[in-house]
Design a binder for this molecule. Structure first.
Ligand SMILES: [Zn+2]
Length: 281
């Protein structure tokens, strides 16, 4: 066992109930790009804000046009090594809660059941009028039906089911409204500039209070909605370990930092841990 894996295994053994916080680094192996470089800086123009999406027709057209092109990449993504390793650690009783900042649903697809999607799910569409939730896959059919020439476009995949589609006139793109109430449709994710639902935050903080320690996996923690859980853990005297290739916002708060690809590091951890007493493999 190498030194990084031994240190992680020691951390997980001494803190048997982990609160795991995951980010985009867990899903890059699955073909979903992340937003930030190793220094935690934006790799691309920052994502659409809630205010722009809800306030500007043009922004909404542009969002859904890019989403039409980017959705197939998201729909086809399958769990990677990090998702599988975390599902295994959960099945061994080591994880109290997995809180993910990702919206791709890949932790659940890998078998994690004690998971909260802090920022929602991109595979679900929510009507802002009547709160009806529908599968994103169904909206894809409607987007294609209304915009057949756009469906044939191809572009580089971007984070969160987006695609790099620019320098195009989006004004003809036809965005459907809710078929029930005529309300505005929005992906069921928390946009930048939007608050995370309170009950979701409360459930995550309750799990943090029950946890022995925090393991951050594949996140730079640059977004405050995730970072605040690390701040709260440190304030409560709980140690925090992080597996992330680049800098994190919490580097000076960490008990342990492993700067390796998260899938590889977690796979080694899951394979290297001795079984907990009374839990079968
Ligand atoms: Zn509606």
């Amino acid at each position: 066992m190498d030194a990084d894996t031994a240190a992680l295994a020691d951390f997980a053994t001494r803190h048997p109930r982990l609160f795991v916080l995951t980010g985009a680094g867990c899903s890059t192996d699955s073909g979903i790009p992340d937003y930030r470089d190793v220094n935690g800086e934006w790799k691309r123009p920052s994502p659409v804000t809630f205010q722009a999406f809800t306030g500007e027709d043009a922004t909404r057209r542009r969002y859904w046009a890019r989403s039409l092109v980017g959705w197939p990449t998201m729909a086809q993504a399958r769990p990677g090594a990090a998702h599988r390793a975390l599902a295994r650690l959960e099945s061994e009783g080591r994880i109290g809660l997995l809180l993910t900042q990702n919206v791709d649903g890949l932790h659940e697809a890998a078998g994690s059941t004690r998971a909260i999607d802090l920022h929602g799910r991109i595979d679900t569409v929510r009507c802002m009028g009547c709160e009806t939730r529908t599968p994103r896959a169904a909206l894809q059919q409607e987007l294609r039906r209304r915009n057949p020439s756009w469906a044939a476009l191809e572009a580089r995949a971007a984070p969160d089911g987006d695609a790099d589609l620019d320098n195009i006139d989006f004004s003809t793109f036809d965005v459907p409204d809710c078929p029930r109430c005529g309300g505005m449709l929005k992906p069921d994710v928390v946009f930048f500039g939007e608050s995370v639902p309170r009950d979701r935050v409360a459930a995550a903080f309750a799990a943090l209070a029950d946890a022995d320690a925090v393991l951050v996996a594949g996140s730079s923690l640059m977004v405050y909605s995730g970072f605040r859980f690390v701040q709260a853990a440190v304030a409560a005297g709980k140690p925090v370990a992080a597996v992330n290739l680049g800098r994190t916002r919490a580097d000076d708060l960490l008990t342990l930092k492993v700067a390796r690809p998260v899938g590889e590091a977690l796979e080694a951890l899951a394979s290297g841990l001795a079984p907990l007493p009374g839990v079968g493999r």
